[in-house]
Design a binder for this molecule. Sequence first.
Ligand code: IMP
Ligand code: MG
Length: 181
Amino acid sequence: MDIHPDIERVIVSQQVIQARINELAAQISADYAENGQLVVVGILKGAFIFLSDLTRRLTVPHRVDFMALSSYGQTATTSGAVRIIMDLRVNVEARHVLVVEDIVDTGYTLHYLLNVLRTRNPASLRSCVLLSKPDRRKVDIPIDYVGFEIPDVWVVGYGLDYAETHRTLPYIGMLKPEVYK
Ligand code: IMP
Ligand code: MG
């Protein structure tokens, strides 16, 4: 596999990501088998690749919708301020909702989002995240499905960006320090 010249190290390879998504999709499909229609809510932009691979492997009926939330800006900060940039188009009341997010870092984003969605009275509300950085957590949130726990490093690829670059790499990697300058 060719590694992009900006990447210092691959944290999760393409093969390992794909194998884990098979497991997550099988688990989610089993868990929702009796529940009827599921609404999968992808959080833009970071979750778009994960969401597309995951949902194509679900064997339960589902709809897909998206939300966009404000993030950190161009690079990491510790601000807990989150707001909705684009809202859902489907009504989730009395529906089973699964939020799909790229990564949980401090937890502020998912915490805010789950609170907002809960006020809309879904039949159930769960979350699925590809990556979690447990060492960075500021607010405790329930995550129902986690792809991988990773250390406290900034990662890119498979939907995740650094200042909007490197989102479409097929693996999760760590940038070389000189790329940040
Ligand atoms: P949280 O609110 O601190 O949990 O941050 C969640 C959001 O921060 C994610 O949806 C990402 O957009 C972004 N983020 C956090 N860590 C990383 C990273 O290592 N690479 C890329 N984006 C990240
Ligand atoms: Mg994100």
